[in-house]
Design a protein around this ligand. Structure first.
Ligand SMILES: *[C@@H]1O[C@H](CO)[C@@H](O)[C@H](O)[C@H]1NC(C)=O
Ligand SMILES: *[C@@H]1O[C@H](CO)[C@@H](O)[C@H](O)[C@H]1NC(C)=O
Ligand SMILES: *[C@@H]1O[C@H](CO)[C@@H](O)[C@H](O)[C@H]1NC(C)=O
Length: 508
């Protein structure tokens, strides 16, 4: 290629890159698929553009290495593919709150291990317009297991007036700076918080974790005040919390050998605490607008947990939503979500945590490029969305290659794994499972009617900008041709490569 040709080639490449985004730079480790490698100057990105009426666009990711690969199509009729799904935009279900991840100490520590420019690439790939457009960010109140040490925001024993309450070094160094940078990229970003445990001195076992660590009765109000002090402190820093749960995984403290900061709190005791202590005090505080979320634990506890809470008079006045985690979903039928929605239709359901944890048959916390884990994620998101869940929030935004740091030795996988030695980060297949929703389905979208087919997983939405978004997942090793019939516009015909996920978008 002579220099003029090379120059125009590069210019056209640059122009296309500016308009559509950057391709994934794939790297293969010892797994069935790739990671996309990002550094200080380069990261794959996709700016979603919706074509004029009559055409649709689709974005596909696959085990073979496609990442949001873009294709065009026009509506046709009578293609008669074997798999036919019928859309019904007049049937509207839940309104979507959004998608996101968690600003843990570990995530901030890992982001901080990269150069300034690589950090910015990482924040942008999650929160930027050409990134995942995350609009929800979860925040532990004080430490969690994904911290470098055990701590709370007031570790001075017996400090019942909370005069020693203060935000920690971790808030200043590993959380707030990255929350602010994310907020600059997406001004619609909403934060929500959860506390893993009360300060040990308020608990029966005087520990951050372990069994029999109930909150002492005499500290019910003190603990409520502690949480409100957290909300007010962050609000003063320009980071108000949209919501707060009643506590992360209140069941863990009843289970032996759980390596997580925790505090057991049953639904009956928690409801009383909410009605007598937290609810009224929050209403009196400057953070009265913060919504409260019940449960913040496994789906399998529904609707039982909420039923027990409702035995306390007036409890429904004090909380707005029900937060669920994905870890036991394999043994918790999605019909539990339907039952919960039918019984408590005014309480929205939000998935507030998911991560791929090591199992005895798959004990390695981080597997770079593993496609199966991405399939587990998208399966769960599709299932949740088809059963009234209004959003899906992942766990740590970034971890290291061993799935940490985690001071309680509980490593897990993450959509982004950092490599500080090379000043790079790796976008796992998991990243794209969430991208297939978060980039296309903004908050305020509604799930709409779409018939199902046993050979394909599917869900559809209508966005506030009147776009139709359809997400499909082919988990089989052969490719599939699919027709989606839109009653107004005709047929969308697409081919799904083996083990792939696809998002289709068009104007309504
Ligand atoms: C960053 O990645 C791009 C694309 O892979 C590559 O061309 C460039 O050399 C990398 N920069 C550094 C400093 O490694
Ligand atoms: C706690 O606060 C009190 C009063 O402000 C102060 O005198 C004391 O030194 C603090 N204790 C610690 C351990 O910081
Ligand atoms: C799917 O459609 C393509 C053309 O769009 C065709 O070449 C292929 O044979 C079809 N596959 C099946 C399984 O029908």
């Amino acid at each position: 290629m002579d220099s003029v040709c090379l120059w125009s080639f590069l210019t056209i490449g640059w122009l296309l890159g500016t308009v559509y985004g950057n391709d994934c730079v794939g790297r293969k480790f010892d797994e069935d698929s790739i990671v996309c490698v990002c550094n200080a100057t380069y990261c794959d990105s996709v700016l979603v553009q919706v074509p004029g009426k009559g055409s649709f666009r689709s974005y596909t990711s696959s085990v073979a290495g496609w990442r949001l690969y873009r294709e065009e199509g026009v509506f046709r009729s009578a293609m008669n593919n074997e798999i036919v799904l019928r859309l019904d935009p007049t049937k509207r279900y839940q309104t979507i709150h959004g998608f996101g991840g968690a600003f843990t100490d570990a995530a901030g520590f890992n982001i901080n291990s990269l150069s300034e420019r690589t950090q910015q690439q990482l924040i942008r790939t999650y929160f930027g317009r050409d990134g995942n457009r995350y609009n929800l960010g979860r925040l532990p109140i004080g430490g969690s297991d994904f911290s470098m040490r055990g701590y709370t925001l007031d570790d001075v024993p017996g400090d019942i007036t909370l005069s020693n309450f203060s935000l920690a070094l971790e808030d200043m160094k590993y959380k707030i700076p990255y929350m602010k940078r994310a907020l600059e990229l997406n001004p619609n970003l909403k934060f929500f918080a959860a506390c893993w445990t009360a300060p040990p001195w308020m608990k029966v076992n005087n520990q951050y974790s372990g069994l029999f660590g109930n909150l002492k009765l005499e500290y019910y109000q003190t603990f409520a005040n502690y949480l409100i002090k957290f909300l007010e402190s962050y609000k003063q820093l320009g980071l108000p919390m949209w919501a707060m749960s009643l506590g992360n995984e209140p069941v863990d403290g009843f289970v032996p050998f759980v390596p997580i900061n925790d505090m057991p709190f049953g639904p009956r005791a928690q409801a009383k605490w909410l009605v007598n202590n937290l609810g009224p005090a929050l209403a009196q505080s400057t953070s009265w607008e913060t919504l409260l979320l019940a449960l913040d634990d496994q789906r399998i506890l529904l609707p039982w947990w909420i039923d027990i809470m409702y035995q306390t008079a007036d409890v429904g006045k004090y909380f707005s939503g029900i937060a669920i985690h994905w870890y036991a979903d394999a043994v918790a039928p999605a019909t539990l979500l339907d039952m919960t929605h039918q019984k408590y239709p005014d309480k929205f359901i939000l998935n507030t945590e998911a991560s791929y944890v090591p199992y005895p048959w798959d004990p390695v916390p981080v597997r770079l490029g593993n496609w199966h884990r991405a399939e587990r994620y998208i399966h769960d998101i599709i299932e949740d969305m088809n059963h009234w869940v209004t959003g899906w929030v992942d766990w740590n935004l970034a971890l290291d290659v061993s799935g940490g740091p985690n001071w309680e030795f509980n490593p897990v996988d993450s959509p982004i794994i950092v490599s500080p030695q090379t000043d790079e980060f790796f976008k796992q297949p998991l990243f794209y499972s969430i991208a297939h929703f978060s980039k296309f389905v903004p908050p305020g979208s509604a799930r709409i009617g779409l018939t199902s087919h046993c050979d394909i997983r599917s869900v559809a939405f209508s966005t506030p900008d009147n776009e139709i978004v359809i997400v499909l997942h082919n988990r089989e090793k052969k490719s599939k041709n699919i027709t989606v019939v839109d009653p107004e516009q005709g047929e969308v015909n697409v081919q799904m490569p083996p083990r792939s996920m696809k998002t289709i978008i068009y104007k309504q």
